[in-house]
Design a protein around this ligand. Structure first.
Ligand code: HEC
Length: 146
């Protein structure tokens, strides 16, 4: 009896540790997606500051990558990923999932608008990209630790 209980406890501990590692992988994925958002924004800002020659195709792709990733970003916050792996996610994500999803989808719309504006040239792209940057910042303000 004692042995059985001991084995059961051990199995549970192994399972719980396994879940913690799996959850860290989910946190790692969402952080990588955000790092890619940062890289894409860096390309756009580089073009707007004339540090990188403006290229409508590249600008549209950078904005498009932000649109694509934010369409699924909000799905990567299952229960159990509130803590761990140095996550900067705030508890408000789980207390207000609808608001968080809306902030993600608003960013998708802004990114699609910026991707479309790229064809009109740097000025149109710059204006649309500013709205996109504001959408990033608004979500960070409410749902991410400083
Ligand atoms: C819907 C909310 C939301 C939007 C929109 C959003 N972010 Fe984030 N961002 C987060 C959250 C939450 C984290 C923290 C994730 C974690 O640590 O688990 C984060 C983290 C980051 C990080 C740090 C990644 C790391 O771990 O090193 C960068 C860089 C970043 N975001 C850039 C951006 C940029 C650029 C945009 C817009 C193009 C953007 N974010 C849009 C919520 C958002």
């Amino acid at each position: 009896m004692k042995l059985k209980l001991g084995l059961a406890v051990m199995a549970f501990t192994v399972a719980a540790t396994g879940f913690a590692v799996a959850n860290d992988k989910i946190i790692g994925l969402r952080q990588q997606i955000m790092k890619a958002n940062g890289a894409a924004a860096g390309v756009a800002v580089g073009m707007l500051k004339s540090e990188i020659p403006f290229d409508a195709t590249v600008a549209a792709a950078a904005a498009g990558s932000i649109a694509g990733s934010n369409a699924i970003f909000f799905e990567l916050f299952p229960a159990g990923t509130e803590t761990g792996a140095n996550t900067k996610a705030l508890e408000t994500i789980w207390s207000d999932p609808e608001g968080f999803k809306a902030a993600s989808l608003k960013t998708v719309d802004a990114a699609n608008a910026a991707a479309a504006a790229a064809a009109e040239g740097p000025e149109a792209f710059g204006a649309a990209f500013q709205a996109l940057g504001a959408a990033c910042g608004a979500c960070h303000e409410t749902y991410r630790q400083k």
